[in-house]
Design a protein around this ligand. Structure first.
Ligand code: G3P
Ligand code: MG
Length: 248
């Protein structure tokens, strides 16, 4: 499935132009020509998968407090658009099911990042996989990823055929052993800490390297030159335009 990996993946949809992790952001990424989007999934109090990045509602919605203190129906009723721009007023905080339906309709690929509230690693991964599985078309590109190794282990056990990206923030000493153990298909790493050597090291394990979050086309060119396969970007359309003419 990673053979269809595009060079540019819309980060949280198209975060530069629309409120992140919303249906509007997914639509905007598709409008800009993105082939894949990356979204973050977390659990509500009633164990439903919802699309949000932060552990709390304060930054990106009209609500306050931790995400897992509210049921999905309550979360769905929040305004996840106004904080970004009043023209997005009323944009809901989507459920994973709603996001999947739109992604399938738009013909996009998906990197679903499993983003558990601390302590909810197993449940979040289990619900994310169980929700996606019956809804996802067999021929559509899909990748799971997580910073949390237990989440990758759940995905590996429940749906081993779907590739898993091992997200790394601070690299643990045993990163290569962890990648082997979870059967990681790729390393998804912070671009700021990469050098030609780090990229070479990851690639020497036989896995492609994806880097987040790159919104500067000069930096993207350098990373691609170093052997990075794909970047997560908040601006898939702008980056594609700025990179056109190069070999990207
Ligand atoms: O999956 C790439 C990127 O989304 C990881 O970091 O914090 O933006 O979810 P974050
Ligand atoms: Mg993410």
């Amino acid at each position: 499935m990673l053979s269809t990996l595009p060079r540019l993946i819309g980060h949280r949809g198209a975060k530069e132009s629309a409120p992140e992790n919303t249906l509007a952001s997914i639509r905007e990424a598709a409008r800009q020509g993105a082939q894949w989007v990356e979204l973050d999934v977390m659990l509500s109090r009633d164990q439903r998968p919802v699309i949000i990045h932060d552990e709390t509602l304060d930054r990106t919605t009209s609500g306050t407090g931790p995400v897992p203190l509210r049921d999905a129906a309550d979360l769905r009723a929040l305004d996840a658009g106004t904080w970004f721009d009043p023209k997005f007023a009323g944009e809901p905080l989507p459920t994973l099911e709603e996001a999947i339906a739109l992604i399938v309709e738009l013909g996009l690929g998906l990197n679903l990042e499993i983003k558990p509230y601390p302590g909810q690693e197993i449940a979040t991964a289990t619900v994310a996989v169980d929700t996606l599985r019956p809804l996802w078309p067999a021929d559509r590109p899909l990748m799971f990823s997580s910073f949390e190794v237990p989440c990758l282990e759940v995905a590996q056990r429940l749906w081993p055929e779907i590739p898993r990206g091992y997200l790394i923030w601070e690299e643990p000493e045993d990163w290569a052993a962890i990648a082997d153990r979870v059967g990681a298909a790729s390393f998804n790493v912070n671009h700021e800490w990469q050098t030609p050597d780090t990229i070479a090291r990851y690639r020497a394990t036989g896995r492609p390297v994806l880097t987040y979050t790159v919104n500067d086309s000069e930096r993207a060119r350098i990373l691609f030159d170093w052997g990075v396969s794909a970047i997560f970007t908040d601006a898939p359309g702008r980056m594609a335009a700025e990179l056109s003419g190069s070999s990207v």
